[in-house]
Every structure is written in C-alpha cells, then in structure tokens.
Design a protein around this ligand. Structure first.
Ligand code: ADP
Length: 527
C-alpha cells in the first residue's frame, strides 16, 4: 500500500473513531459545555463530562496518529534549510505548499498535531464561490458583485473591503484549481445570508472537510512535499526584521532551528484556547467549542513577536447549531436543504437561513439555549453529513410527525401544525411568519421525520493577524514584514463581524494559494 493511501486510510479511520465512539467530534483543549452565557464560577457536570470527552478525543486522535506516523515524512529526512517553511498542515498550509512547489520551490510543512487537517477536516457546509463553471452548468446565475455585497452585508459592512474584493474575484479560479488537483466540488447548496446557490460541495453532497483534506494530503504526497507531524513550531526567527526560519520542537522534545527564504503562517484560529477566548470575550467563557485541540492561536503570538498586528480579535463566531453533549457541529447544509428550527414546544421562532449571529441570538433567548432541527427523509438524502450525525447518535426519529414529537417529548399537535404551516409556506414560496426565502426548494412531507437537538458553540475566530491581498503580514504601521506571509483562519479582516458559512473554506484555498505564490516570488527575487 503506498503512503498516500495509508495516509488517507488513517485520516478516515481517525475521523471514524472520532465520529463513532468516544463522544467528542470536536471539543478540544478548552473547557467545554455549560450553557450559561455568563462566566461560570464552577464547572458544571456537563462541562466535566465534555472535558472527559475532549480528553478521550485527543487520545483517540493520538492513537490514530501514532499508527500512521510512518506515512508522514520521517524525522531523519529533515533538512536544515528549505525555500519556504509552512507552519500548519490544515487547508491553508497544504494549499500554500502545493502552489509553492508548483512555482519550483522546495517547501516544507510542519504540523504540530499527529495528523494534518486542522479545523479544515471538520468543515461541513462547503466552499463558496461565484461565477463558477459548476454554477453555469446548473443554470445558476450568480456574480462576483453579488457575492461581495451579500458577504459585506452579512459582515455588517465591517469586512476588509480590499480582501473581500480579492476573495470574490478569485473564488471561481480557486474552484477550478481544486478541480485540476482532483478535488471536485460540483454539488451546490446555499448557506445563511446568501441568496444564490454558491456553496460548492463534493459530488455526493457530503461534508467538504474530509474530502478536501484527503485530496490535499494526497496531492502533497504526490508532489513529494515533506510534511512533518508532531512538529510544533515555537518561534519564527529573523534577521534584520526579515523572517528567515523557525524553531520547531519534534515529538515534544527535539528542538531544531530550520532556516528558510520565507515563512508562511497557516496555524488556524484560537477557538480551542480558553485563555485567549477569555481575554477577548469573557462572556464566552465555558461555551463548548467545535474546534480541534490544535487551534490555540500559536501563529498569532509568533507573528506579534515579529512585530505583526491583529484585527477584530473579539469577533468570535458562535455557531447556532452545535450538539452540546459532543460539541459537534451540525452543518448549515441541513437547513440549506430544507430543515427548520423549532423550540421545545414545537414552534418555529426565527428565519433559519438568516446569518449565524442572528440565528444564534434567537436561540440564546430560548429556555436552556436549546432548539431542535426538524427535517424529513428528503433533507436526509440531500445533506449526506446527516449520516455522520446519525452514526454519532445525534439524530432522533419517528415514522410520523406524531411519533417524532413523542420521542422529543414535544406537543404533537403543535409540531404537526408547525410543519403544516411550513409546507404551505414552501408551496406558496412565502414564509409569512419569519421571512425565510432560501432553502425552500422542498417541503417537509416525506417521512420518516428526524430531529437533532442543538445549541450555540464557539466555532470560528474571525479576528487574527493583519495581512494584505498579497498575504504579506503587516506591522502596526501597515508595512509588510519581509519574508513573512499568513493565510487562513490565523488572519483577520475578511469576514468582519460575522462570517458567512462556506466562506472559510474559500478563504483557505484562495489566500493559501496566494501565500504560496507570493512567498515563492519573494524567495526567487532574493536568490
Ligand atoms: P486553516 O483553516 O486556516 O487552514 P486549520 O485549523 O485547518 O486552519 O489548520 C491549521 C493547522 O495548524 C492545524 O492542523 C494546527 O494543528 C496547526 N498548528 C497550529 N499551531 C501550530 C504550531 N505552532 N506548529 C505547527 N502546526 C500548528
């Protein structure tokens, strides 16, 4: 078995282990659970249980990682110098590495966890892009301008406009590039705050993260790009203010200094770093997090030490639909494909397809901050991720609406009346109650019926280091720090105060590519 397949099998195995048994599909290093918005003085039982689940998950990941350590680059192949060091083996890091290699560079990826993938592995909804060949083939009329406007509106006009313009204008190209790498996202859906189907998913409609990471890891292996795991970068080194390498600790003990012509920081966000969350958003202390344990904001600290600056650090996205027991995200595609949200009495209470911040605010007002996603077998067949939720034991069902209501301990006549009203709204293409106007292609009339109990959870850190559209890291005066690039969730600005679902996967591919290209140009110019 070649190492590419070994790597993928292990990734799949690790994902299955996470999904199947131990409980925490996410959680992470932070203290989890607790449903009180105010800082909890003492840890609740739920928090303690979740913490155990998080530990179990880390252990599961570690075990899975250990079994495949040989499929990543062995330590004895480490060189003292590379053209480009990439810190972080998530979507942005691997994308940057592929572009750097294509530009004739000799890049390396250092990943601190036991396997690559980061939070990218967990992303579910898809990748937003406008004016793509797949949209055209399906007769979807979209424009970069519309994508720009809707994202800006979703971000309450606080997005970095230059970054956003670059982002929308390069989105279709990023879809084509992925396709050329064997990663085809041709199944379209829609996420909250968007008016067009521009969320690109794998052909079978499954969650984007696992498919994307598998594809990128395969390509990184095919291109013979060294990828070291258990490689924890502690510091970016510099000479006369120019980034020229990193200090990295291998296997928790072996520190080495590696020199490079340029450094790309792709370390992801800080959603699993309780201390940083508390520092910037004390009101979110104790919330569950959907992030993987490695999302601790290391890159932000390292870049600040190099003189870089940050933006929007207090802008932390709380996702409205997270299973609280396992800190497991229920992707927006479930609503995009037609699910509704009801309170514990079976009543709808908000436009399910509004932006994440607004849906979260509506759920936060409910008793115990909990609600139920309700859907039928049609939604289940269109949003493949539901199969994973089912395997994890998150989905309840009933052959009829009444049977489902009984399972949920909900008044059956109210739930039935809610569904009747909703199906009439779908037929009339008008939601008189809450003004929803997307995700209404199909009604909810095909039994069996299903429910997933959800509440809000820390999901994404919109703030981060400041970069420009060349992905150069900027200092406090707005000048680029030579040789230092960053891309992905570690950066801030693009999303402003609210990220639209499907925009983070687009961000890591679009700016990951740009980082690979620009860092390569920098290294070539210096040679
Ligand atoms: P993005 O979506 O921006 O690519 P991800 O969360 O998918 O972000 O990936 C970031 C990766 O960076 C994760 O796999 C994480 O474990 C890794 N990482 C974070 N800090 C470090 C560090 N100090 N050294 C090496 N890798 C790191």
């Amino acid at each position: 078995m070649n190492r590419t397949w070994t790597a993928w099998l292990v990734l799949a195995l690790s994902a299955m282990l996470i999904l199947a048994g131990c409980g925490s599909g996410s959680a992470g290093a932070t203290k989890t659970a607790a449903t009180d918005e105010k800082p909890a003085a003492t840890e609740t039982q739920a928090a303690a249980d979740s913490k155990d689940a998080a530990k179990t998950e880390e252990k599961t990941e570690a075990t899975a990682g250990a079994s495949e350590a040989g499929s990543y680059t062995p330590l004895d192949q480490l060189q003292e110098r590379y053209d480009i060091v990439i810190i972080g083996g998530g979507g942005a890091g691997m994308t940057a590495a592929l572009e750097a290699k294509a530009a004739g560079m000799n890049p390396v990826i250092f990943e601190k966890m036991e396997a690559p993938g980061g939070n990218t592995l967990k992303s579910s909804s898809g990748m937003n892009a406008s004016e793509t060949k797949f949209q055209a083939a399906q007769g979807i009329k979209d424009s970069n301008d519309l994508f720009y406007e809707e994202t800006l509106k979703g971000g309450h006009d606080t997005n970095d406009k230059a970054m956003l313009r670059y982002f929308v204008d390069h989105s279709a190209d990023a879809i084509d590039w992925l396709d050329s790498q064997g990663i085809t996202l041709d199944n379209l859906t829609i996420t909250g705050g968007m008016k067009e189907k521009r969320t690109h998913r794998p052909t079978d409609g499954s969650a984007v993260g696992q498919y994307l990471v598998k594809g990128l890891v395969d390509d990184v292996h095919k291109q013979d790009i060294p990828l070291f795991v258990n490689a924890d970068v502690k510091e970016i080194t510099q000479k006369n203010g120019q980034a020229n390498g990193v200090k990295v600790v291998f296997e928790g003990k072996d520190e080495k200094t590696i020199s490079a012509g340029a450094v790309i920081v792709a370390t992801g966000g800080f959603g699993a770093n309780q201390e940083l969350i508390k520092k910037y958003r004390p009101d979110l202390e104790g919330y569950v997090t959907t992030n993987q344990p490695g999302s601790t904001g290391d890159g932000i600290n390292m870049i600040e030490a190099m003189g870089g600056t940050t933006v929007d650090m207090d802008q932390i996205q709380v996702h409205p639909t997270v299973n609280q027991e396992h800190s497991y995200l229920i992707g927006e595609a479930v609503r995009g494909e037609g699910a509704i949200l009801v309170d514990k009495n079976g009543n709808r209470f908000f436009n399910e397809m509004d932006t994440r911040d607004k849906v979260t605010a509506a759920i936060t007002k409910l008793d115990n901050r909990e609600a139920y996603l309700i859907f039928d077998s049609g939604v289940k067949s269109r949003a493949k991720a539901i199969e994973q939720y089912e395997k994890k034991g998150l989905v309840q069902n009933g052959d009829t609406v009444e049977a489902l209501a009984r399972t949920l301990n909900m008044p059956a006549d109210t739930l039935q009346a809610t569904l009747d009203k909703w199906n009439a709204a779908v037929a009339a293409k008008k939601d008189g109650e809450f003004g929803r106007d997307t995700g209404m292609d199909h009604d909810l009339s095909a039994g069996p019926y299903y429910a997933i109990k959800i509440g809000p959870g820390i999901h994404y850190t919109m703030g981060g280091v400041k970069i420009n559209t060349d992905t150069e890291v900027l200092n406090k005066e707005g000048r680029a720090i030579p040789g230092l690039y960053a891309a992905g969730e570690v950066t801030g600005g693009l999303h402003g105060q609210n990220r639209i679902g499907g925009n983070s996967v687009a961000e890591i591919v679009i700016f990951g590519r740009e980082a690979g290209v620009k860092a390569s140009e920098f290294v070539k110019a210096a040679k």
